[in-house]
Ligand binder design. Structure first.
Ligand code: N01
Length: 545
């Protein structure tokens, strides 16, 4: 592909910038807006054709966010004042429209080069600049490099033999065609029951002639109390948004609620049940990160929640043998230590004659044949169309994907071979003047995206402004500070039940990936305090050159 220089300066070759951002999702939009306001010359590169990041790519049937209003949006009054949502948990179409509205309101697009895939990035200590190259042969030089590529940019597809021989349609959820995949007269399959598989199942269970869902690990889904939300209701609340957005920075998960201030053992059996009933009735994540405060530390408390959850699922699924796969008596892992999804009618699908569940826990998928999916017992499950809801090389994969190299030329993948190393979940030793958001060793997957993204982005903008004011050539995380941070990430995890689950949080979903906690587990307020203290303490843990 030849560079299209007709598209203006943003698409030019040999671009000279103060800041290059990669990714036009929540982080990229926010940082572009704030850095431009600070007077810097900034551009954004994005591989997609439009704004939205994950919400451009993940347009599979039923894709919607599990964070309810108004937690999942920018806290900028100039943005929220004139925007209203239609549903409590918006779907991908609405989220795409939101991003288009944000672009329009903040006039972002003139500084964003779409269809631009970054293929390498490396810093020169001599020039004090990053050199970034793109798939179509453009080069850009920037003093600061901000990869804002989220935690799920690198899709994971198991390497089953025969995948390329399948005669029907096959789509990974994060690379979904923009036109509808018609399953009305087809036998469809969904492989995987993470958040994505749950949502596709809800749609295809209704639309397909036959649907077979391949489940390896049960997803402990929470009820989603979806509803329409009127403009009037939202507008009446807007006077309180400033306070609400402040509150979301003060709660563990970056939502507008927090854990209860009591442990499970502080309640009698009946009291605990009543508490859980009321949280269940909320139909949102309060049942996950708004329950007993020792839920992720105390196996007894965790089991109380699991048993309650299971009782709710057993009420829904009619066939006991199917219910036993979806909600087994023995928990497959501690409650909530893999990301639970919100569901509306996922479990009800399995009461229909056209929807089938296959457990691949002890009978794995071994290959794909032209006509379908073969499990270890030799059975061919004939299907016409497959939704691969098999997830991502999460958290670390996005950065690795871009071929980012240290100033000395070492690929980030090689540096992380024996374990992820970052400082504050914001920077990496050997990568001067590079800061990232919503990635490894930050609250990332344990927080509401827009909350932590704004906190980290504000930190980055502030630091860059200070460096510019002081005429600094570059800053770089100290190796010792980075090692201490990595140790802290591991120690925090060890105090919890999270390492007991084979989750993508632990890197356990991708064969060969090192098993370790990839995110910061002590919540948004504690993380914010640490990064702000480091900044105020003369950029503690950084070398300033
Ligand atoms: O990916 P996942 P996802 N054979 O990794 C299964 C966010 N998100 O795309 O659990 C058979 O969670 C795998 O099985 P197991 C959200 O943070 C948010 O669903 O590893 N099965 C699992 O069931 C989410 O957590 C929203 O045993 C195989 C599934 O594939 C994250 O993105 C919506 C397999 C993968 O699930 C990722 O979600 C969507 C194999 N060989 C996504 N390999 C909302 O906010 C993997 N699996 C609503």
């Amino acid at each position: 592909v030849k560079p299209n220089t007709d598209l203006g300066e943003t698409y030019a070759d040999n671009l000279e910038l103060d800041v290059l951002i990669v990714g036009a999702g929540f982080s990229g939009c926010y940082l572009l807006h704030k850095l431009r306001k600070a007077g810097l010359k900034v551009k954004v590169y994005d591989a997609s054709h439009a704004f939205g990041g994950t919400w451009r790519w993940n347009c599979y049937p039923g894709a919607r966010v599990d964070s309810d209003l108004p937690a999942y949006e920018f806290s900028l009054p100039e943005v929220y004042n004139n925007w209203t949502w239609k549903e409590r948990f918006p779907g991908w179409q609405e989220l795409q429209a939101y991003f288009d509205y944000v672009d329009h309101t903040l006039d972002l697009h003139k500084d964003v080069a779409f269809n631009t895939v970054v293929t390498s990035a490396q810093f020169s200590r001599e020039t004090g600049k990053w050199t970034i190259t793109t798939a179509d042969g453009r080069t850009c030089h920037a003093k600061y490099f901000l990869p804002c590529v989220g935690f799920s940019a690198k899709r994971y597809i198991p390497d089953w033999p025969g995948l390329d021989k399948f005669e029907g349609e096959i789509h990974h959820s994060s690379f979904w065609p923009t036109e509808d995949v018609d399953v009305s007269n087809k036998k469809a399959a969904v492989i995987g029951t993470g958040s994505t598989g749950i949502q596709i199942t809800q749609e295809w269970g209704k639309a397909a002639k036959e649907l077979t869902v391949f489940q390896r690990t049960p997803n402990m889904c929470i009820r989603m109390a979806q509803r329409k939300v009127s403009a009037e209701e939202q507008n009446n609340r807007k006077a309180a948004y400033d306070e609400l957005f402040k509150k979301r920075t003060q709660c563990f998960g970056g939502f507008c609620f927090d854990f209860l201030d009591k442990d499970g053992g502080d309640f009698s059996v009946d009291e605990a049940k009543a508490v859980l009933e009321s949280l269940w009735a909320n139909g949102d994540f309060t049942f996950w990160i708004g329950t007993f405060k020792d839920i992720f530390k105390n196996p007894a408390t965790n089991k109380i929640v699991y048993d309650f959850w299971r009782s709710k699922i057993l009420e829904r699924v009619k066939e006991p043998s199917v219910a036993a796969i979806l909600a087994p008596e023995t928990p497959p892992h501690p409650w909530g230590c893999k990301r639970p999804s919100l569901e509306q009618d996922f479990y009800d699908q399995f009461n229909k004659p056209n929807v089938h569940l296959v457990s691949v826990k002890n009978n794995p998928i071994v290959r794909i044949e032209p006509k379908g999916i073969v499990t270890a017992d030799g059975k061919l499950h004939e299907v016409d169309v497959i939704a691969m809801a098999t997830g991502f090389d999460a958290v670390t994969g996005s950065m690795i994907n871009m071929n980012v190299k240290s100033a000395e030329g070492t690929h980030v993948k090689d540096l992380w071979q024996d374990g992820v190393r970052t400082y504050l979940g914001l920077s990496i030793h050997g990568f001067p003047n590079m800061f990232y958001t919503y990635g490894p060793q930050a609250p990332t997957a344990f927080s509401n995206g827009p909350t932590i993204i704004e906190i980290q982005s504000d930190w980055i903008v502030d630091v860059i402004q200070r460096l510019e004011k002081d005429n600094v050539k570059y800053i770089e995380a100290e190796e010792s500070a980075q090692n201490a941070w990595a140790e802290q990430i591991g120690q925090l995890a060890e105090k919890t039940l999270f390492p007991l689950a084979d989750s993508w949080y632990m890197g356990a979903n991708v064969p060969g990936k090192k098993r370790e906690m990839t995110c910061y587990l002590d919540g948004v307020p504690s993380y914010t305090k640490i990064i702000n203290e480091a900044r105020e303490d003369g950029l503690k843990g950084f070398n300033v050159v």
